[in-house]
Write a protein that binds this ligand. Structure first.
Ligand SMILES: Nc1ncnc2c1ncn2[C@@H]1O[C@H](COP(=O)(O)OP(=O)(O)OC[C@H]2O[C@H](OP(=O)(O)O)[C@H](O)[C@@H]2O)[C@@H](O)[C@H]1O
Length: 392
């Protein structure tokens, strides 16, 4: 009897305890569910509208524990494509759509993208809206292809006496910079132009003896140039744009100067007779960025001032430096015009007539074929027109 009473009391306590638990659970906001229950992901469907499923009460987001916060590693930042990868993508897309394309983030893209707006590309068919759409989808734009015949030199095989004195060209790949391409309305070649699938009438490479430059003198301000013009000047190899036109470059293109100064951390003996093509720098809201000028640096003297190289050495360095720069221009594919100051003629003390003669007599030689850029220059109408500015 006593044991029956005890049993009955225990039973009552169990029932009461379950009831209390149930009441407590009902009062809690989560309805008594386990603390970390899996919640259904809401993809924006509203159960109310379709009436198929009642909306579930949303659980407030769980706070991270201290340990979890400490252990949290943010995802690594997205890597930018390298110049080579970028070029590969260009090649791939070019092959897909059968047109030359270049990255679209520099230059007056809209003008170039709009079909039928190319003023110089009258001889080639105009890319269709769909082709532009495909290029645009991947963040690229179609570069108008222009295949002009190569102008033949009247005296093939000859090269100037001064050219024979110059040392072999320094490896221009040393001085290559990051890629960025703008529009190319005069048909300067891009790397994509080497794709056989994309070039309809590939021009032959320039013949040995073909002159590379045709120079016209002009009085005026070098810096008043349209976007995607390359402005060329002579530089020392110690990272100083301290006087003459170089100082004006430093003031107007401070980011380009930083690029040059960084590049000059290499020993002068490695830089001399080479070149550096600096693509347009600065954001669209900066003076420098709005100009969209390329800067072409020719390393014609190791040092400056009294320690500068002799006039003969400066002249001897100018030829390979210019060839190296032309190669970089050809490889980049975004340059539309080539302008220079009367290089070497001021603080470097070399008469302009001497430098001009040397540059005009510079020819495509057999050994230049090792430069991939000169193969690209084969698509150009050679010699390339260059305007040399002297002060107003
Ligand atoms: N706004 C403008 N528009 C158009 N033409 C302009 C002009 N301003 C000047 N010119 C003309 O441009 C020619 C070149 O004369 P520059 O003396 O400048 O250059 P350069 O090639 O002989 O010498 C290079 C070293 O000069 C610097 O000097 P530092 O670092 O101080 O040593 C560098 O860094 C190098 O090292 C002369 O015909 C000037 O009349």
């Amino acid at each position: 009897m006593q044991s029956q009473q005890i049993e009955a009391r225990e039973q009552k306590e169990i029932t009461m305890s379950s009831k209390r638990k149930a009441e407590k659970a009902a009062a809690s906001p989560s309805g008594g569910a386990p603390k970390f229950k899996q919640t259904r992901l809401n993809f924006g469907r509203s159960g109310g509208a379709s009436g198929s499923r009642p909306q579930q009460q949303q659980e407030p987001p769980r706070q991270r524990t201290k340990e979890e916060t400490e252990a949290y590693q943010p995802p690594p930042p997205r890597r930018q494509l390298t110049k080579e990868e970028n070029r590969d993508v260009c090649h791939l897309l070019s092959a897909m759509i059968g047109r030359k394309i270049i990255p679209a983030w520099d230059g007056p893209a809209e003008e170039d993208i709009a079909p039928g707006t190319s003023s110089v590309n009258n001889n080639t068919s105009i890319p269709s809206e769909t082709e532009h759409d495909i290029a645009r989808m991947f963040g690229y734009k179609i570069r108008p292809a222009e295949n002009k015949p190569v102008e033949e030199d009247t005296t093939p095989g000859t090269s100037s006496g001064s050219n024979n004195n110059v040392p072999p060209a320094s490896n221009p790949s040393n001085s290559s910079t990051g890629a960025s391409s703008g529009s190319n309305n005069i048909g300067l070649p891009s790397s994509a132009s080497t794709l056989p699938t994309t070039t309809k009438n590939p021009a032959p490479p320039p013949k040995t003896g073909t002159k590379l430059l045709r120079i016209t003198d002009k009085v005026g301000n070098l810096f008043d140039a349209p976007p995607n013009t390359v402005l060329i000047h002579a530089c020392n190899c110690v990272g100083s744009w301290g006087g003459g036109i170089a100082l004006a470059f430093k003031q107007q293109y401070p980011k380009a100067f930083n690029h040059y100064a960084e590049f000059c951390k290499q020993p002068p003996d490695e830089l001399i007779a080479g070149a550096l093509l600096i693509p347009p720098q600065g954001g669209p809201n900066t003076k420098e960025g709005r100009k969209q000028h390329y800067i072409g640096c020719l390393f014609t003297s190791r040092r400056y001032g009294r320690a500068r190289d002799s006039p003969d050495d400066i002249l001897a360095n100018t030829n390979p430096a210019m060839k190296g720069l032309l190669q970089q221009i050809a490889e980049d594919g975004g340059v539309t015009e080539v302008r220079m100051c009367q290089i070497n003629s001021g603080l470097f003390g070399v008469p302009w007539t001497d430098t001009k003669k040397l540059l005009e007599e510079m020819k495509f030689k057999e050994e230049d074929e090792e430069y991939s850029g000169f193969a690209c220059l084969g698509e150009l109408e050679l010699p390339l027109d260059v305007v040399a500015y002297s002060r107003e």
